[in-house]
Design a protein. Structure first.
Length: 357
């Protein structure tokens, strides 16, 4: 299938990126299960595709977004099913593990898998075979598994949302993909790449960056990573009046930029302030309980979800990350409190799987 523009942008110029690429290519020569860790938009699928291409495997590359499916659907999609395995199963169907036989299966957002599916996945990794829903006979597999996540799996393990034994099975080889802000040497090459691609699509001719625009790109923190850079360059080509993109043509005040970043390691003062906030919250909740506030739990939960959703400018990925829950759980809550409609919820669950022959 045709790759996205971003998925073709294998441009690693920063010294840190070059070393990362060497690491990926060393890992590719083995059959080790690989876990790619990085923020949304950093190019995790791109790295997984490159790993597959360098592995020498002749089978397909199959990409699956675990966060885009309901629990009941992804079970059948991953492992396949036989006729009559569930209502509507009128014919047998191979799952993605079987589709990827001889190649690589890329499971993105692995942290969104339910505990029951984590157990099944662990069994597949241990036994190297899969059993379709409604079947008894296992199917042998020769699949290289590459998983990716943008959440802290250690915290998910501590919270009881992710199995530690599965984490160690997935992380035989681990690739830590840094955010674009830590790979400054990649910013301008990527920007020029996107300019070239979209200039052809928009029939803009040859377009370049001014010195001021280049400086603005380099000084911006890129909270949306490569995905945001692609959108910024696309927009700049649409609005620029000549053959040179100026700083004012760059839309660098996106959603994620307006939202303050969470510190990776809170200081002692920050931790003390957070503890104080929690104590104040406890006092408020005590007052509400004393006043016998009706439906207290639902009211507090709804307020928490609404506040987080609006603070994150209705971005579901960021809201789920702030709350420390999976996107599937978040979408259920958003629909429950009327923050997204039925169509939004349905669109969020549209299956996404790609096969690269």
């Amino acid at each position: 299938m045709v790759l996205s523009i971003r998925a073709k942008a294998m441009l690693f110029h920063d010294p840190r990126s070059v070393e990362l690429l060497r690491q990926v290519e060393r890992i590719a020569r083995s059959d080790a299960t690989t876990l790619i860790i990085g923020e949304t938009g950093t190019g995790k699928e791109l790295v997984a595709r490159h790993l597959h291409e360098q592995s020498g495997r002749r089978g397909p590359f199959v990409a699956v977004n675990c966060g885009a499916f309901s629990e009941t659907l992804i079970d059948a999609e991953l492992f396949g099913h036989e006729v009559g395995a569930f209502t509507g199963a009128t014919q047998a169907r191979a799952g993605w593990f079987e589709e990827a036989n001889g190649g690589t299966l890329f499971l993105d957002e692995i942290g969104d898998l339910s505990p029951a599916l984590q157990v099944k996945l662990l069994r597949v990794l241990q036994e190297r075979q899969v059993v379709r829903l409604g079947a008894r006979r296992p199917v042998a597999l020769n699949v290289r598994l590459v998983a990716a996540t943008n959440v802290d799996l250690h915290k998910a393990i501590d919270a009881g949302r992710f199995r530690s034994d599965l984490y160690y099975r997935l992380g035989v080889a681990t690739v830590q993909l840094p955010p674009l802000s830590e790979r400054a040497g990649d910013i301008l090459p990527l920007a020029r790449h996107f300019i070239g691609v979209y200039s052809d699509k928009l029939s803009c001719g040859k377009v370049s960056l001014s010195a001021a625009a280049s400086a603005a790109l380099l000084s911006y923190p890129w909270p949306g990573n490569i995905r945001e850079l692609e959108n910024v360059m696309h927009y700049a080509l649409i609005v620029c009046s000549g053959s040179v993109i100026e700083a004012e043509d760059l839309k660098l005040s996106g959603i994620a930029h307006r939202r303050p970043a969470l510190p990776a390691r809170p200081s002692i003062d920050d931790a003390a302030a957070a503890e104080g906030d929690l104590q104040q919250l406890a006092v408020l909740l005590s007052r509400m309980m004393e006043a016998e506030h009706p439906d207290l739990f639902d009211s507090v939960e709804a307020t928490l979800v609404r506040t987080a959703f609006h603070s994150c400018y209705r971005n579901q990925v960021q809201t789920a990350r702030v709350l420390g829950i999976s996107r599937n759980i978040l979408r259920t809550q958003l629909k429950r409190y009327g923050l997204i409609g039925f169509e939004d919820g349905a669109n969020a669950r549209v299956p996404h799987a790609e096969l690269l022959q």
